[in-house]
Design a protein around this ligand. Structure first.
Ligand code: PMP
Length: 284
């Protein structure tokens, strides 16, 4: 694999970052994951805009222009021959060569790292045909989940709890209400109406969420953005999640309770199709 590190395209074995980098020592870093279909980037602009917002919220210097970012994405996709897969991008605050809780000088150069992940069959995914089984767990993350930081230890533990329970993923619950999935936004459907939590600092403002809600509205589907409990979701006709890496993923079971007939629901399936179709057309 050829990866990108601070201005250079290198074999992954030759790429390196300082052990004092604040991304490593403090999780002082933000990231984006952009999917690739037919060798093209899905919703690049959405990810670039959210990246800028995450950086601004944390006073991390923008490492380069949007145009340069696009060029790096495209070059890595080409160099690695990615037809279906992902581009991972991370920006850290960098370092001034020591460990200190206090941020280094404001003009410290941020680190920029990108790599690709080849995922043939991302769109035609067997997992999406089966649907996901999820468990619910407490949401004990920090209060700025709208910033896409690399503090992913708890979401990672959540995934492991799900695996241990024979499931695929976990939904996080705070003050009795579902926030989101470990790495996706959460929805249920009851009597034809799609329900999802409104945007706030409590959840990541998913790029896929925005696109899917727009497409659902265009398809005359009914949408309600409000808080919802895990019990409501368990009584739903169907449920699903959205993310750049799994698109629209049907959910077929919550805490051992099958939704509907226990197979992916019609609205989730239709939204997945519409999303893939329209995203392919708009990819750059
Ligand atoms: N919520 C969380 C916590 C996530 O980690 C992700 C994906 N990184 C999402 C939602 C979905 O966001 P997107 O559609 O932009 O991938």
């Amino acid at each position: 694999r050829t990866v990108y590190v601070n201005g250079e395209y290198l074999p992954e074995s030759e790429a390196s970052i300082s052990i004092f980098d604040r991304g490593f020592l403090f999780a002082d870093a933000v990231y984006e994951v952009t999917s690739v279909l037919d060798g093209k980037l899905i919703d690049f602009e959405g990810h670039a805009v959210r990246l800028k917002r995450s950086l601004d919220e944390l006073d991390i210097v923008q490492p380069c222009s949007m145009d340069e970012l696009l060029e790096i994405h495209r070059k890595l996709v080409e160099l690695n021959g990615i037809d279906e897969g992902l581009v991972y991008l991370q920006v850290t605050r960098g370092s001034d060569g020591d460990r200190d809780f206090v941020f280094p000088a404001a003009d410290t150069k941020p680190s920029l790292v990108l790599f690709t992940q080849n995922k043939p069959g991302l769109a035609d995914s067997p997992a999406a045909q089966k649907g996901a089984k999820i468990i619910s767990i407490d949401d004990i993350r920090w209060g700025r989940r709208d910033i896409k930081t690399v503090q992913l230890l708890y979401p990672s533990m959540g995934k492991m709890m799900a695996k241990k329970a024979g499931c695929d993923d976990a939904w996080l619950v705070e003050d009795g209400y579902v926030t989101e999935g470990t790495s996706n936004n959460a929805y249920f459907v009851k009597n034809g109406k799609i329900v999802t939590r409104p945007l706030s600092n409590d959840i990541l403002h998913g790029i896929t969420r925005k696109a899917v809600l727009r497409m659902a509205a265009e398809a005359q589907m009914e949408i309600e953005e409000r808080l919802f409990t895990i019990d409501e979701a368990k009584e739903a006709d169907e449920a699903f999640t959205t993310s750049a890496s799994a698109f629209v993923m049907p959910v077929v079971e919550i805490d051992g309770v099958a939704l509907g007939d226990g197979t992916p629901g019609p609205i989730a399936k239709r939204l997945r199709e519409i999303y893939l179709d329209e995203s392919r057309k708009a990819a750059i």
